[in-house]
Design a protein around this ligand. Structure first.
Ligand code: PEP
Ligand code: MG
Length: 594
């Protein structure tokens, strides 16, 4: 049906991943089950509330039965589903929830949440790891019931079988990593910021994405025709014929630009005055090594290993981890592969997560803190990394270090992992570089202490900006304040780079700032030894580096460090490098966050 200009709706969000897609909308409602409100139930309404709970359980049973019946017999985790089925009627969960509704006279959702928290606290105290694992079953089962109680759709993104554009209130990093590239052309969400992990995965998958739209979900219906422009953050609903023609043209232009820039991706990144910089890739999934090679990455500067732990109920085994790491290491050999140990929680929750009740997950049991609390889980990963290191050039990196003792503990566990491999007679390599992410302000301030313990620093600007400026990296409301060029950030980066030089260790940057064309002159002036970014940003970054002069960037940085606002710094960069950067507006969004 052709649309009139009056029907056309234009929305503006945050450009999270470049590219343009045009297609039918598919609404996903992943909303709801984590946010449960408490309300009182009048005595005479209690039986009705119990009935509502029983109906939700019955529906969950039917859903589960259908899944079990549809699964092939040999499906290895079928027994898990049977366990879930039994749990649905288990006295401790089912009976206790009904009792709580009766006794406390509260709504069924609240009663269920209370019971689940109680059960999880008991499971956590258990020493038997098999029983401990069963805690995740309780979480799954209660989610199934809760979804029915709150009426949320259970949406399996991996199962969507049409060529569509996803429209959601929010997508988690785990949801996004399930996207099937043959089907999903792109996605848009009402929540989220550019540096959220959802945006990072969209860029890794190379699909257009716009986030932070605020009310797309209420404006768009499934099957509506929409245009998503991930370069500008514009979304158009019910486009007219004229708009469609215009965007088809823009889409072609963008593809031509990408092809042009990719053609020279293998040319080295050496500045006009002869300074060579390694440009590395950030990857989330082992399959991405192909793009790293295609886009001319000099190695892998950040391998985010957490995605292998998501969307599943059991943690991966050492063998499984080893196989995946070894694949990546062998393909990249002799180029380095920087494997970062598990950075879970924050905005990347595990299915197997007992800590989802944290009030401030980003300040909670995330990354190294989580691993140090779970020595078995951590050692399994450390052993897998050391084993893979026998097959190529591996570096290991610990995320979210905020205190010196964490490095000491992590290194001790690395040594213990090596000793256990020695005992088992398995080949491994302990002689690898050990580094840390610098992404918490306390690590910046104590960088001189930390430097004594490690071979390199890798600055994670995504989190450093979040923690230093107190800006939730995934919150649309404060996205305009998320400024990499803020004077506080520039001073921190300069300090870390100077300390590294003084202490004779290497300093890298692997946050999104490293791959943003108009930040590159500043970053270069700091004296980074390597930059690491999503693979598709590599060709552009290399071209920008080739067109500038190191001496010039150092002079620019000197001026930048005297500025009082991010806007002033931005203007300095624009005045000096505007012409070069103007060619890359697609990739760099050459403007201040606003
Ligand atoms: C960072 O924080 O800058 C970083 C690279 O790590 P992640 O985005 O995975 O938190
Ligand atoms: Mg980080």
């Amino acid at each position: 049906m052709s649309q009139t200009p009056e029907n056309e709706i234009i929305m503006k969000g945050i450009n999270a991943s470049p590219g343009i897609c045009i297609g039918k909308a598919y609404l996903v409602d992943k909303e709801g089950v984590d946010i449960v409100e408490k309300y009182d139930i009048k005595k005479k309404k209690v039986p009705a509330e119990i009935k509502r709970f029983k109906a939700a359980v019955k529906k969950a049973k039917d859903e589960l039965r259908a899944i079990i019946d549809d699964s092939p017999k040999e499906l290895q985790n079928a027994h898990i589903l049977e366990t879930h089925m039994a749990l649905l009627k288990d006295k401790s969960l089912y009976g206790r929830t009904i009792k709580t509704i009766e006794k406390d006279r509260v709504n069924a959702e609240w009663a269920l949440k209370t019971v689940v928290s109680y059960l999880l606290s008991i499971f956590q105290k258990m020493t038997d790891s098999y029983l401990k694992e069963r805690a995740s079953d309780i979480v799954h089962v209660s989610d199934l019931i809760l979804r029915n109680l709150v009426g949320a759709m259970t949406e399996n993104i991996a199962a969507i079988d049409k060529r569509v554009i996803l429209v959601a209130r929010d997508l988690s990093a785990a949801d996004t990593s399930q996207i099937n590239l043959e089907r999903i052309k792109g996605f848009i969400t009402d929540r989220g910021g550019k540096a959220s992990h959802t945006g990072i995965i969209a860029r890794a998958l190379e699909i257009p994405a716009v986030v932070g739209l605020e009310n797309a979900i209420t404006q768009i219906k499934s099957e509506d025709l929409i245009i998503v422009d991930g370069n500008t953050g514009i979304v158009i609903i019910h486009p007219t014929e004229q708009t469609l023609i215009e965007y088809e043209e823009r889409k072609n232009q963008y593809q031509e630009y990408k092809a042009d820039i990719t053609r020279e991706s293998h040319v080295e990144a050496t500045t006009a005055d002869g300074f060579h910089l390694e440009v590395m890739a950030n990857i989330e999934l082992p399959e991405e090594v192909v793009s790293v090679r295609n886009y001319g990455g000099d190695g892998i500067g950040l391998y985010r290993t957490e995605f292998q732990y998501m969307n599943r109920t059991e943690f991966p085994s050492e063998e499984e981890l080893f196989d995946r790491y070894k694949d990546v290491v062998e393909v990249m050999n002799p180029s380095p592969v920087t494997i970062r140990t598990l950075d879970i929680n924050g905005d990347k929750a595990l299915t197997n997560n007992y800590h989802r009740q944290e009030v401030n997950p980003v300040l909670g049991l995330r990354a190294i803190r989580y691993c140090l609390k779970k020595p078995d889980l951590f050692k399994t990963q450390l052993r897998a990394i050391l084993r893979a290191a026998a097959f190529g050039n591996v570096r290991i990196m610990f995320p979210m270090i905020s205190a010196y003792f964490e490095i000491r503990l992590a290194k001790r566990m690395l040594d213990e992992a090596a000793e256990s491999l020695e005992k088992n007679g398995l080949p491994f390599n302990r002689n690898i570089d050990v580094g840390i992410m610098i992404e918490v302000p306390s690590a910046v301030i104590t960088a001189d202490l930390m430097a004594e313990e490690v071979d390199f620093f890798s600055i994670g600007t995504n989190d450093l900006i979040q923690y230093a400026l107190a800006i939730d990296r995934g919150n649309k409301q404060v996205a305009h304040l998320y400024q990499p060029l803020d004077p506080a950030i520039l001073r921190m980066l300069k300090h870390v780079a100077d300390v590294a030089k003084e202490k004779g260790i290497k300093v890298f940057m692997c946050g999104e700032m490293a791959g943003t064309p108009h930040h590159i002159p500043i970053v270069l002036g700091m004296g980074m030894d390597e930059l690491s970014m999503n693979p598709q940003s590599i060709p552009v970054a290399k071209r920008v580096i080739r067109s500038i002069n190191l001496k010039d960037t150092q002079a620019l940085l000197e001026q930048a460090l005297k500025q009082t606002t991010a806007k002033n710094v931005f203007e300095l960069v624009r005045d000096r490098y505007g012409e070069i950067l103007a060619d890359h507006t697609y990739s760099g969004n050459f403007k201040l966050n606003q």
